[in-house]
Design a protein around this ligand. Structure first.
Ligand SMILES: Nc1ncnc2c1ncn2[C@@H]1O[C@H](COP(=O)(O)OP(=O)(O)OP(=O)(O)O)[C@@H](O)[C@H]1O
Ligand SMILES: [Mg+2]
Length: 134
């Protein structure tokens, strides 16, 4: 697998979340995703960026375009050095929230992606990787 392009974006403010949405949309168009798939990856990105900001205390989003033979794709990595998630399985349950949300962000992002990976250590931070293929 080859990474054709890669950009790292800070997530420190609500404006950064908006910028990431725009950047992911632009990259998804470049990759040639259908309108429906563009919206899926943008929605997932928005949820994960929001979590990075709200629970992780800010962090970064890395946007990569992937070239894997005939099948291009987009991979997004959200990282923070916040408090981490004690029980990742629980956090992935529909409706589970420690905030005031609906508790559908993480589980929704997983459903909207072709690949989903999460790693979190209490006291160290959280990393979520998603990918969508054409
Ligand atoms: N980056 C993170 N760092 C620490 N905790 C997190 C992080 N992302 C998610 N969580 C925890 O996982 C829970 C579930 O996240 P999820 O995005 O599914 O729901 P929510 O953000 O609470 O609500 P919604 O996204 O529906 O508005 C959060 O309430 C929070 O406790
Ligand atoms: Mg959320």
């Amino acid at each position: 697998m080859e990474t054709a392009a890669s950009d790292v974006h800070p997530i420190k403010t609500a404006d950064d979340v908006v910028r990431i949405r725009q950047e992911v949309r632009k990259r998804a168009v470049e990759v040639g995703l259908s309108l429906v798939d563009q919206t899926k990856i943008v929605t997932a990105a928005s949820e994960l960026a929001r979590n990075t900001l709200d629970y992780g205390g800010g962090g970064t989003a890395c946007v990569e375009i992937l070239v894997n033979g005939a099948r291009p794709g987009i991979r997004l990595t959200f990282e923070d050095k916040g408090p981490g998630i004690a029980d990742v399985q629980l956090a992935l349950t529909d409706g589970y929230t420690t905030g005031s949300g609906l508790g559908l962000g993480l589980s929704g992002a997983r459903r909207l992606s072709n690949e989903f990976y999460i790693e979190s250590k209490p006291g160290e931070g959280t990393k979520v990787v998603i990918a969508r293929w054409k």
